[in-house]
Design a protein around this ligand. Sequence first.
Ligand code: ADP
Length: 284
Amino acid sequence: MLAGQALRPVRVLISELGPIIDTGQIKARVPVRQTGDEFEELTIRFNQALEKIESLIEGMRASLDNVAHDLRTPMTRLRGVAEMALQSEPNIESSREALSDCLEESSQVLQLLNMLMDISEVEAGSVKLDLQQVDILGLMNQVHELYRYVAEDKNIAVRIDIEEGICVLGDRNRLLQVMANLLDNALKYNRDGGTVDLAAARNGNQVVIQVTDTGIGIAPEDLANIWDRLYRGDKSRSQRGLGLGLSLVRAVVRAHKGTIEVFSEQSGGTRFVISLENAERHTS
Ligand code: ADP
């Protein structure tokens, strides 16, 4: 009888959770009774788990909405071009032009889908990282070389302040992708005549890498969203882009068990700070 009484709160919890699980009403919560014991703690934990599930589902819904929205524009254009070509008088020149437009639109859709799949695979951990010692100065020099003409075109000075010999444990191609995306943004959202600073320094077991620009900055209300798939800040819409670069950057950094943070002031430039495992201690 005593055992039965002691388990009463558990039975109440089970009966309250039942309808929530059965109906999928993820917004519902179990009422918390302030008993000050483990059952109260358990109920609070259940509610926290429900909250987490709710925010994950909301996030997935928002991503799906964004994907649908971003696919609709090129697909509508593709259809329009094909329809017009079919309705007009047969003409080899205009047909070729229509086909080339269709090719361009479908390439854009494919690029978007490939990148979305790549991000999902990296996040799910199904992409195998080819871990090795990566020399950060070498990596930054390579990425700088890739963007040399873009920077010159915008009259932006890219400065590298990195000691020789600083290494992290990582997948070189993936880290190149991370740095390329960050430098691409730092140039794209910069002003004519601005600067970009690429820096790295050892910090115990970590290497801290910083990409700092003198660009347009990120509005406070955008800061939390820039990592979301397909999210683009209002001020950035005049620039080319899919809104996927930073989602990939964060997924790759996390796959390396690293962290990434952003600091930005509107019109005052932006700084991305990445922390990765220092690979030098593996060699010593
Ligand atoms: P994209 O650049 O294709 O829009 P990203 O995922 O790379 O997509 O970036 C998401 C958004 O974050 C951008 O649209 C922009 O608003 C903001 N952003 C990213 N990097 C910077 C930067 N260095 N300076 C200002 N805004 C930035």
